[in-house]
Design a protein around this ligand. Structure first.
Ligand code: MF3
Ligand code: CO
Ligand code: CO
Length: 297
């Protein structure tokens, strides 16, 4: 999702957003243990984050499984000589035939059912007449709605024989998602996730895209909070059980800067260097986390 600044500030000395009437610092600010209901109210009032409960999580596991099954289906069929629009048809038909809705279709005017982003395309590539060729790297980003619930995941595939640069950027992007997910546990913060991703990417002399971030997901396509793939340890919102958000680092082989093509969607690296991305939908649990769109990284 596109990054925007919609943060709500709660002062230490201001009234606690839980509605107790006490000062925030004397009430919920430092408490570690709450029951789910007060935590839900606090996170909604303070951050507009909608925590998910058991009945939601069961539905999210189902839509998450469908998204992964869709990616697996595409992975088996992807080949050089195929048009990106054929990937769109595969995803669209598979989704509909499983009683689900492809979330991208008509989302803010997006014209297709899936994002397909090749080589220097960072994200939001629109499927069309482009043929896949040997050596391409192709991100396929699937978001489905099943029974009113959303799950969002993507993978970057190598087409045919991959070059060294392609292998490198795909492997760094995959490892970035893995390192981000490892930080997801109650008590850690969004900054811990961003820091883990940024420090690894930059150590590998790659760069992290800033304009697009992970996002809360589940009841809607893009919910609070924003999940930057860069940042500092300990900064940002504390993770609590019931939070569901994507982590979806976009990693460039060259510089981090991007431009948007005249179609108003396709984001490409300004220096035309390769870009890769992996995305999963992650639930914060009592003990750590669970991927609702699990695949091996
Ligand atoms: N799936 C993308 C994400 O990870 C969003 C795509 S929006 C669309 O957040 F309109 F391009 F589909
Ligand atoms: Co997403
Ligand atoms: Co996505």
């Amino acid at each position: 999702m596109f990054q925007s600044s919609d943060r709500v500030k709660v002062g230490r000395n201001g009234p606690c957003p839980c509605g107790s009437g006490k000062k925030f610092k004397k009430c919920c600010m430092d408490k570690d243990l709450y029951d789910f209901e007060s935590m839900r109210n606090l996170y909604y009032k303070q951050y507009k984050i909608q925590l998910k409960e058991s009945k939601d999580i069961e539905k999210l596991r189902r839509v998450g499984k469908l998204v992964i099954d869709t990616l697996d289906m595409v992975e088996k069929k992807i080949h050089a000589g195929m048009k990106t629009d054929e990937i769109n048809t595969l995803v669209h038909d598979y989704t509909i035939s499983h009683s689900a809705i492809p979330a991208p279709l008509n989302y803010r005017g997006f014209p297709k059912s899936v994002c397909v982003s090749i080589n220097e395309v960072i994200c939001h590539g629109i499927p069309g007449e482009r043929f896949l060729v040997d050596g391409d790297i192709v991100n396929v980003d699937v978001t489905s709605i099943l029974d009113g619930y959303y799950a969002d995941a993507s993978k970057t595939y190598l087409v045919g024989e991959a070059g060294q640069d392609a292998l490198k950027i795909v492997s760094v992007a995959r490892e970035c998602l893995k390192k981000g997910i490892k930080k997801v546990q109650p008590g850690n913060t969004l900054g811990d996730i961003g820091w883990a991703i940024q420090s690894y990417a930059e150590k590998q002399r790659c760069s992290v895209v800033r304009e697009f971030v992970g996002h809360g997901v589940g009841f809607d396509f893009h919910e609070a909070p924003q999940v930057p793939h860069y940042g500092q340890k300990g900064n940002g919102i504390k993770l609590v059980p019931g939070m569901v958000f994507t982590i979806e680092p976009m990693i460039n082989l060259g510089r981090k800067d991007l431009r948007i093509l005249p179609d108003k969607w396709t984001a490409v690296t300004r220096d035309n260097s390769l870009s890769a991305q992996f995305e999963q939908t992650i639930l914060v649990t009592e003990n750590g986390c669970e991927s609702l769109t699990p695949y091996e990284l």
